[in-house]
Write a protein that binds this ligand. Structure first.
Ligand code: ADP
Length: 589
C-alpha cells in the first residue's frame, strides 16, 4: 500500500540562512501588485513632489553661492533681487515639502493596507488541513513585524529612493555646469564610500531575514505560552515557561541587535567617508579659488551640493539593501501562502445522491507509517453510520480526509461521484459539514458564532438553536451573549452545541460528527445524537465512543475500524450476533 508523507519539515528558525531566492510565484505577484492597486496616481504625485523637493536643494545652493559672490564682489548689486526671490521661494519649499510628505504617507499606508488584505485573502484560500502542518506564529509575525518592516523599508524607501536619485542627478548636473574638473574630483573621492556601502548590503539583508525568522519563533512561543497559561499554572511550570520565554526573547533581541549594529556600522562608515569627501572638496576648491579658476561662491555651491550628492551615496546602498531584505519578506510570506492552497477550480460536487464511496483507501501522515489502509465502503446518501474503534484506529483521520484536508491518499475517495483530489473545495464545504471534537468559537456573539457572520432568516437561526438543544442557553443569556476568547464564557457542552447549530444552519447534505457529544452531559448527548439521527435526507457519519445499545441500534450501519482497516461492518444486532471484534469492544465498555 502506498502512503506519502504530507508533513513538510517544519521551518527551523536556526537553520543556515540562505539568501532568499525571488521566486516569481502567483502569490508573490499578487502581493507585489497589491501595493500599487489604485495607488499608482498617489505614487506618481509622491514621486513628482520628491523630484521638486530635490530641485529645491539645488536652488538653495545656487542662492547661497550667488550671495557669497555678490559679497565678494563688494558692490552688493543684485542682493535685493535675490532677497525677493528667496522670500517667494521659502513658502513654496514649505508647500512642496508638506504636500510631498502627505502624498508619500497616503501611498505607503494604502499600499500596506492592501498588502495585508491580499495576504489574508490568499491565506483564506488554504485547504482545511493546512494549519495542521503550519506554524501560525509565522503568519502573526508576517502581519505585524514583517509588515512594519515592508512598510518602512520597501514602500517608504521606494519613494525616498526617487528623492535621493534625483537629488543626486540634479546636484551632479549643477556641479558639471559650474566646474567639470571639480565634479570629477567629487566623483573620485566618493568611490570609496559607494563601494564599501554596496559591499556591506548583503550582510544587512542576511541579518534582516534572521530577525524575521527569530520573530516568527518568538511570536509562536508567546502564543503557545499564553494559550497554555492555565496548564502552566496548574502544573506549576511558571519557571520553565519563563525560561522558554527568556531564551526566545534573548534570541530575537540578539538578532535585532546584530542587525542594528550592522546598519549603524554602515552609517558610521559612510558618514566618516562622507566627511572626508566634503573636507577634500573644501581644500581642493579653496586651491582652485585662490588660483582664480572658480569663484568663492562656486566653492560654497560645491560644498553645499556635496551633501546632496553624498547623502544619496551613503543612503542608497543601505536603502537598496534593506529594500531587498523587505522584498525577501514578501517572497517568504508568498511561499508560505502558496503551500496547501485549496484549488478554486476542479470538479464541482453538485449532488450527494451517490453518497460517499471509499475504495482501497490508504493514507499516512508520515512515509512508511500508514494510518488508513485498504479501506473500502460505500456510504449511501441519507443513511446514518457510526464509526467505532479503539483510540488511534484512524476514525478522525477518515473524517478529515472526507473533509478534503489531505489529497495525498492512495485509492479512491469520491463524494457525490467526484474524486476528492479533483473536487472544487468550495462545493465540498457547501455540501459537507464537520462537527469537530475541538470546537473553535470566535470572540463574538452566540448568534455570529452560529451563523459564521452571515445573514440567515430568523426562522433558520431559531430552528438551528432548537435542534442543537441551545434554547435554554439563549433564553437565559440571549443571542448577543459574548462567548469570550475561544468560548471561555461558556461551558464545554454549550460550546459543543453552538458548533452543532453552526453545522445544522448550513443545511449541508452530509454531517460528519467527530465525538461531538463527548463534552455534553449524557442527557443532552442523547438528545443531540437523536437529533442528528432524525435528520431526514442527511447522510450522517458519526465517530462515537458512546457505546449505548439504544443509540447504536438507530444507525443503519456500524463500521468498526482497527489499525486503519475496516474490521467489521453491520447493524448493531448483526454485529452483536456475530460475537466478533465489535462485540468484544462493546462488552469491554
Ligand atoms: P482515532 O480518531 O481513531 O482516535 P486518529 O485518526 O486521530 O485516530 O489517529 C490515527 C493515528 O494517526 C494515530 O496514531 C495518531 O497519532 C496519528 N495522527 C493523527 N493526526 C496526526 C497528525 N496530524 N500528524 C501525525 N500523526 C497523526
Amino acid at each position: 500500500m502506498e502512503t506519502k508523507a504530507i508533513n513538510k519539515p517544519a521551518d527551523k528558525t536556526d537553520k543556515k540562512v540562505k539568501p532568499p531566492k525571488p521566486v516569481k510565484s502567483t502569490a508573490s505577484r499578487e502581493l507585489f501588485a497589491s501595493f500599487y492597486e489604485r495607488n499608482r496616481l498617489k505614487l506618481v504625485f509622491a514621486v513628482v513632489l520628491q523630484v521638486m523637493t530635490a530641485a529645491t536643494g539645488a536652488v538653495i545652493s545656487w542662492i547661497l553661492g550667488a550671495v557669497v559672490d555678490i559679497i565678494a564682489g563688494g558692490s552688493g548689486e543684485g542682493l535685493g533681487r535675490i532677497a525677493i526671490a528667496t522670500a517667494v521661494f521659502l513658502p513654496a519649499i514649505f508647500i512642496i515639502e508638506a504636500l510631498g510628505q502627505r502624498t508619500k504617507a497616503c501611498f505607503v499606508h494604502k499600499g500596506i493596507k492592501q498588502y495585508k488584505n491580499t495576504a489574508f485573502s490568499l491565506l483564506a484560500k488554504k485547504g482545511i488541513g493546512a494549519f495542521a502542518n503550519e506554524n501560525t506564529g509565522g503568519y502573526l509575525s508576517a502581519f505585524t513585524n514583517d509588515a512594519a518592516s515592508i512598510e518602512d523599508n520597501y514602500l517608504n524607501r521606494t519613494v525616498l529612493l526617487v528623492y535621493y536619485i534625483f537629488s543626486f542627478a540634479i546636484s551632479l548636473g549643477m556641479m558639471v555646469y559650474y566646474s567639470p574638473l571639480m565634479t570629477l574630483i567629487v566623483i573620485g573621492l566618493s568611490i570609496v564610500p559607494i563601494v564599501s556601502t554596496i559591499a556591506m548590503g548583503g550582510g544587512l539583508k542576511k541579518r534582516e531575514k534572521r530577525v524575521s525568522d527569530k520573530n516568527e519563533a518568538f511570536t509562536s512561543r508567546v502564543k503557545d505560552l499564553l494559550g497554555g497559561f492555565s496548564v502552566i499554572k496548574a502544573f506549576k511550570a511558571e519557571k520553565q515557561a519563563k525560561a522558554l520565554f527568556v531564551s526566545e526573547n534573548g534570541e530575537i533581541e540578539e538578532a535585532k541587535c546584530s542587525r542594528r549594529s550592522f546598519a549603524g556600522m554602515i552609517n558610521a562608515l559612510s558618514a566618516s567617508a562622507g566627511g572626508v569627501v566634503q573636507f577634500g572638496i573644501f581644500l581642493i576648491g579653496a586651491i582652485f579659488a585662490l588660483r582664480g579658476d572658480i569663484t568663492a561662491g562656486t566653492v560654497l555651491i560645491f560644498i553645499n551640493l556635496c551633501s546632496f550628492v553624498l547623502q544619496p551615496v551613503q543612503a542608497v546602498p543601505e536603502y537598496i539593501a534593506s529594500r531587498g531584505a523587505a522584498k525577501a519578506l514578501v517572497y517568504k510570506l508568498a511561499d508560505k501562502l502558496e503551500d496547501n492552497q485549496s484549488e478554486a477550480g476542479g470538479e464541482v460536487i453538485n449532488s450527494l445522491e451517490r453518497g460517499i464511496e471509499v475504495k482501497e483507501l490508504g493514507f499516512g501522515y508520515e512515509e512508511d507509517k500508514p494510518v488508513l489502509q485498504n479501506l473500502s465502503y460505500r456510504f449511501e446518501a441519507g443513511r446514518k453510520y457510526a464509526l467505532v474503534g479503539f483510540s488511534g484506529s484512524g476514525k478522525t483521520t477518515l473524517l478529515n480526509l472526507m473533509m478534503g484536508a489531505y489529497d495525498n491518499y492512495s485509492g479512491s475517495l469520491a463524494v457525490g461521484g467526484v474524486e476528492l483530489k479533483n473536487a472544487d473545495m468550495n462545493s465540498l464545504y457547501e455540501s459537507v459539514s464537520l462537527i469537530n471534537q475541538s470546537v473553535f468559537l470566535f470572540d463574538d456573539t452566540i448568534r455570529n458564532n452560529i451563523t459564521m457572520f452571515s445573514e440567515f432568516p430568523k426562522e433558520a437561526v431559531d430552528s438551528a438553536i432548537r435542534r442543537a438543544g441551545l434554547e435554554r442557553v439563549i433564553a437565559e443569556r440571549g443571542e448577543s451573549y459574548l462567548c469570550g476568547e475561544n468560548g471561555v464564557n461558556l461551558s464545554g457542552g454549550e460550546r459543543q452545541r453552538i458548533s452543532i447549530a453552526r453545522a445544522l444552519i448550513k443545511n449541508a447534505s452530509v454531517l460528519l460528527v467527530d465525538e461531538a457529544t463527548s463534552a455534553l452531559d449524557n442527557e443532552t448527548a442523547s438528545l443531540v445524537s437523536n437529533e442528528i439521527l432524525s435528520l431526514d435526507g442527511i447522510t450522517g457519519i458519526v465517530v462515537t465512543h458512546r457505546l449505548e445499545a439504544s443509540l447504536l441500534k438507530k444507525y443503519d450501519a456500524i463500521l468498526m475500524l482497527k489499525n486503519g482497516s475496516l474490521a467489521e461492518v453491520g447493524s448493531f444486532d448483526e454485529l452483536m450476533k456475530k460475537k466478533g471484534q465489535f462485540y468484544s469492544l462493546f462488552t469491554v465498555q
